[in-house]
Structures are given as structure tokens and as C-alpha cells.
Design a binder for this molecule. Structure first.
Ligand code: 7PM
Length: 284
């Protein structure tokens, strides 16, 4: 199995780690309004040295209560960063955006994957951008608009809802001319799901992996609030061990890519997982 991007075929014979780089004003070293190219380059270098297989770069926070930035502001934040990283490193770059214009600009300076948390719902043209460049396309499950996605009333059967919405997103992507080998599916842990539903999606991920077996599945649980809640309300900085437990479970249930903030610990946990899993698979 492999993932076709705008620049290469990425082999998926081991679980890959996608490292997150946030280019939002609250995510850089001064903790304030500034984020520099230097900060972003240093972060990229660190994540790559820790073993990241892909870098996911985003300029708009999808955190509960965050407000939308303008498309021009989003591009102004991420495009120089992607350009600088693509010039210096070989690691595949993913642009975390749900806007076609930002995706187009990002691909023009070296991004090769589009990570769309809306699964082509916010700006369907993003499908056309992915198709025209042959870019990798992550179709993440979410519901509602940017403003309502963290406050929607829950559905009663999350597995059926995600399955139906995957079907819709895949057919939309195909209708734009995106090839199946460009598509990766993501259950969207933490996006318009209850605490219990986040656990259920991880526990039963293997069912979705089997149902959509022609598509690789990506999972992003790193530092998310359901982990904090399970651990008695600890803050994001204290969720590493819990995050590693979810990465291992996702990998055992068939996820091919794990999106994380803490790259080195995740690579180590997955290396151990992989080696044990491959012994189990030899027995058949
Ligand atoms: C609050 C909620 C803060 C969510 C931060 C987040 C995913 C993603 C994000 C994911 C894919 C974060 C998330 N989560 N893209 N973007 N899958 N494909 O932890 O699960 O950065 S935002």
C-alpha cells in the first residue's frame, strides 16, 4: 500500500508519524503575537530529527471557541513557512487547511498533501486543487460549520455516521477527479463527538479500517481533551503518556498514519508496537 502525493508515492508498510507545526500567533516561542520563520524552521528540524515522516503545517486554529482568520491572513502565515521548509528539507509537507486558495498557494511552494478537517464540506473546490496537482488528500470527518463543529448535538450512532460521511466525501473527491490512491481517511477524533464516542471510534477503528480497506486511515488524538478528562483533568502538557496509549491502539487497529505533537516518543512507541504486531501477523 502507498499514498500518492503531488511529489512522490509514500510507502505505507509501517505506521507513519505526521508531526504538527502550528503557525498561529499563540504557538510560538514568545507566546505572543509573533511567529518567525526561524521558529518554524527550528521546529521542522527538530520534528524531522525525531523521526517525523510528514510535517503538517497549519495557520488556523480549529480549537473550540477560536474564530476564523481571513484567507489572506492564513496564507500570509503558512506560505513563507512552507516555502522555507520545502527548500531545506525533503520531508513531505501537508497543508492543514479547509480553503482551496490556501491549498493552491501551499502546493505552489512545495506542499504535497492537503489535510482538510472538513472533508471537502467548507470549500469543495479544494477537491479540484488536489485533483489538478495530484496531491495527497486527507478527508477528515467533522460535522457542522467552522463555528458550530464543537457545539453540535451528538449523533446517536457515531460509527454509522462516520461511515456514511466517508462515503459522501470519497464520492465528492472522485467527482473532482481525485484518484483513490491520493485519498486518506480520518475519523476526526474530538470533532463534534462526545467523550464516549471518541473512545468508541478508537476501540472500533478496526471496523472502519476493514470497511474502507482500499484507503489508508489517519488518526489524530495527540493531547486532545478526552485524554485530559480520562486522566483527571490534566492540561495538554501532561497528556503524553495517554496520547501514546491512543497511538498504539490506533496502530493495532490498523491506522497507517498518526498525527502528533510529540514525535520522538510516538516513533518509539510505534516501533515497539510494529515489531510485536509483525510477530503476531507471521503466525497466520
Ligand atoms: C483543539 C481541538 C485543539 C483540536 C487542537 C485540535 C486533527 C487535524 C486537528 C485530526 C487531522 C490538534 C487539533 N486535529 N487534522 N487537525 N486529524 N487530519 O490537535 O485529528 O491540532 S486540530
Amino acid at each position: 500500500m502507498h499514498w500518492q502525493t503531488a511529489r512522490r508515492k509514500i510507502p505505507l508498510d509501517k505506521t507513519l508519524v505526521m508531526g504538527v507545526i502550528n503557525v498561529t500567533p499563540d504557538s510560538f516561542s514568545d507566546g505572543g503575537k509573533f511567529f518567525s520563520l526561524d521558529d518554524a524552521l527550528r521546529q521542522a528540524e527538530t520534528l524531522i530529527s525525531e523521526g517525523a515522516d510528514i510535517l503538517d503545517i497549519g495557520g488556523e486554529s480549529t480549537r473550540p471557541k477560536s474564530s476564523r482568520v481571513l484567507s489572506d491572513e492564513e496564507s500570509a502565515r503558512v506560505i513563507p513557512v512552507i516555502e522555507a521548509i520545502a527548500k531545506r528539507f525533503e520531508t513531505p509537507i501537508s497543508i492543514d487547511t479547509s480553503r482551496a486558495e490556501v491549498a493552491e498557494n501551499a502546493i505552489a511552494v512545495g506542499a504535497e498533501i492537503v489535510n482538510d478537517i472538513s472533508g471537502l464540506r467548507f470549500d469543495p473546490q479544494i477537491g479540484e486543487v488536489a485533483a489538478s496537482h495530484g496531491a495527497g488528500l486527507v478527508l477528515m470527518h467533522s460535522r457542522g460549520s467552522f463555528e458550530t463543529m464543537h457545539t453540535l448535538p451528538p449523533v446517536d450512532d457515531i460509527l454509522s455516521a462516520v461511515s456514511a460521511d466517508f462515503g459522501r466525501a470519497i464520492s465528492d473527491a472522485r467527482s473532482f477527479g481525485v484518484a483513490d490512491e491520493q485519498i486518506v481517511l480520518d475519523v476526526g477524533v474530538g470533532f463534534s463527538k462526545t467523550f464516549e464516542q471518541n473512545l468508541e471510534l478508537l476501540a472500533k477503528l478496526d471496523k472502519l479500517v476493514r470497511e474502507f480497506s482500499e484507503f489508508p486511515v489517519l488518526v489524530g488524538t495527540s493531547r486532545k481533551s478526552f485524554i485530559g478528562k480520562l486522566l483527571g483533568g490534566v492540561p495538554a502538557e501532561e497528556r503524553l503518556s495517554g496520547s501514546l496509549a491512543t497511538a498504539v491502539i490506533a496502530a493495532l487497529n490498523g491506522a497507517k498514519i498518526i498525527r502528533v505533537h510529540d514525535v520522538r516518543p510516538t516513533v518509539d512507541a510505534l516501533t515497539v508496537t510494529q515489531n510485536i504486531k509483525s510477530v503476531a501477523e507471521r503466525e497466520v
